[in-house]
Design a protein around this ligand. Structure first.
Ligand SMILES: Cc1cc2nc3c(=O)[nH]c(=O)nc-3n(C[C@H](O)[C@H](O)[C@H](O)COP(=O)(O)OP(=O)(O)OC[C@H]3O[C@@H](n4cnc5c(N)ncnc54)[C@H](O)[C@@H]3O)c2cc1C
Length: 474
């Protein structure tokens, strides 16, 4: 059943039906839609209500949204979240990399091996390209892939089996008499919907806001409010310089973006374990791109002149064709783009101000800067034939705040910790101090690693679905 919260008739039909739900899932993005499918896969008669603040939009409408928030430190892009059925899958890249022990710390509810197994299961169910590994990888090389047509999770929605209430912004949640309740407003009237369980899959920033409002209105009195919003993390990404003099014996094509049958792939280079351990560094990796490609792409994007765009597109295609045959590829200059893990830091947090607006505090630490510098030097020494004559940018906090981009990977804020007093959720992602409210989002990540997070959230979504079905109540 489809219910449009902004349509009186639709709402009337919904309220007349007086349906009882086993589970409410709040947020019909990548995770909310996937959880509803996982739950139904194992128990097809479950009564599920999915609630979504946005409406049905297409990819172009999603790209035009500006959902900016205030920030201090590293910027948060206005297009880093999409409000609509399908969530951020309407604009995302769908890039996936395999999970390793190295990328995850020992602070997670389960170990990397177990997460890897869930990732494999999820990728089988959803047909993702996880574990399509390149056999020639060295230990510190990472394989990334994404489908030519990124998955739009809107297409996985099955409204013949679940109810979707869209255009409905949930403000708060609470628990009363063994029931979970979602609370939202219709004009000025407060509406409440009950169920046995609630899963919050609104995305990191919105989950924090919803929980902040619930706590503020004394609806969740026992949760660990001191932790809420703290330890926010992201993956800053930016160019850390270029290689001008590539060594002749490097087969650079191995690392560059390539098109396979139905997906693109590239290889990133991380620091070897030994160096990371010796200097106590974070996870990070560099990917290469010929400088001339970026220059032409920037020109094409910046220009409004159709003819100029056409000319440069043709030039870019021609250069790529020449590179395909390797004639000049090794003579090109290569940009080094870094993706960086951020440490979980108390001062990096998401706050909700008096006007109920989100504000993100997201600062760079010395350890993060040290990691980038050592990674840059490692790459230059290994891949350049003239390390001393390569230009080395002075990587400072100012430089990073100026050039780093938000990777739209918002993590932390309702973190898991092995010690209950430092944790917002338990190992099954239930909010500590609640009976039946769960979180499924990268907001529970205790550490961030440096690779794209969605496959990990999906892995935990599958695990959570199985866990919820074990609970006797449903
Ligand atoms: C441009 C872009 C590129 C990305 N590329 C990649 C990538 O290549 N690889 C990768 O792994 N990750 C990528 N990500 C990150 C990825 O999109 C997120 O990890 C993923 O979307 C998380 O899924 P989610 O369901 O938690 O959140 P979302 O997909 O954001 O869904 C949250 C949903 O909740 C709804 N909602 C919010 N507030 C409320 C409310 N109060 N009431 C009801 N509903 C609400 C929203 O409208 C939305 O539909 C990218 C993100 C962006 C923006």
């Amino acid at each position: 059943m489809l219910i449009n919260f902004k349509d009186k008739n639709s709402l009337l039909l919904f309220s007349k039906a007086k349906k009882k739900y086993d589970i409410q899932i709040i947020g019909a993005g990548i995770i909310g839609i996937s959880i509803s499918n996982f739950l139904l896969k194992y128990k097809s008669n479950l009564k599920i209500l999915l609630i979504e603040r946005g409406r049905f939009i297409n990819n172009a409408q999603a790209k035009k949204q500006n959902n900016s928030v205030k920030f201090k430190g590293l910027s948060i892009k206005g297009d880093s979240r999409v409000f609509g059925v399908g969530g951020s899958s309407l604009t995302w890249g769908n890039i996936i990399s395999n999970i390793t022990n190295d990328e995850l710390s020992n602070k997670w509810p389960i170990n990397a091996g177990a997460i890897d197994r869930y990732c494999k299961d999820v990728s089988n169910i959803l047909n993702l390209a996880y574990s399509t590994k390149d056999k020639n990888l060295k230990k510190n090389e990472r394989y990334f892939s994404y489908p030519i047509q990124p998955i739009n999770f809107k297409n996985y929605l099955n409204t013949s089996k679940i109810d979707l209430l869209y255009n409905c912004n949930v403000d708060k949640v609470c628990e009363e008499n063994k029931c979970c309740i979602s609370i939202f407003k219709n004009q000025k009237k407060e509406i409440k919907i009950k169920s046995s369980q609630i899963i919050l899959s609104l995305g990191t920033l919105e989950i924090i806001k919803l929980l902040h409002n619930s706590i503020k209105s004394k609806h969740l009195p026992k949760v660990n409010k001191k932790i809420l919003g703290k330890y926010f993390m992201n993956h800053p990404k930016f160019n850390i310089g270029e290689i001008k003099f590539l060594k002749k014996n490097i087969y650079i094509k191995k690392f560059l973006l390539k098109k396979n049958d139905n997906h693109f792939s590239y290889i990133g280079i991380s620091l070897p374990k030994k160096i990371k351990k010796k200097f106590d560094l974070l996870n990070s990796y560099v990917s290469f791109k010929p400088k001339i490609y970026s220059e032409l792409e920037n020109k094409i994007n910046a220009s409004k002149n159709k003819l100029y765009k056409l000319k440069n597109r043709a030039l870019l295609k021609m250069i790529k064709l020449i590179d395909y045959f390797n004639f000049f590829l090794n003579k090109r200059q290569f940009l080094m783009k870094v993706f960086l893990e951020m440490e979980p830091k108390k001062e990096n947090q998401v706050k909700i101000d008096k006007n109920n607006k989100i504000k993100v505090f997201n600062f760079i630490s010395n350890k993060e800067i040290k990691t980038i510098k050592i990674l840059r030097d490692y790459i230059l020494k290994k891949y350049s034939s003239d390390y001393f004559n390569e230009e080395k940018k002075n990587i400072t906090k100012k430089f990073i705040y100026k050039y780093a981009q938000d990777a739209s990977h918002h993590m932390g804020g309702t973190i898991y910790d092995h010690k209950i007093k430092n944790s917002f959720v338990d190992k099954n992602l239930k909010i500590i101090g609640s009976k039946n409210i769960f979180i499924c989002s990268s907001s529970f990540f205790p550490t961030s690693g440096s690779v794209n997070p969605t496959i990990i959230i999906l892995a935990f979504a599958l695990r959570l679905s199985k866990h919820i079905l074990k609970i006797k109540k449903i």
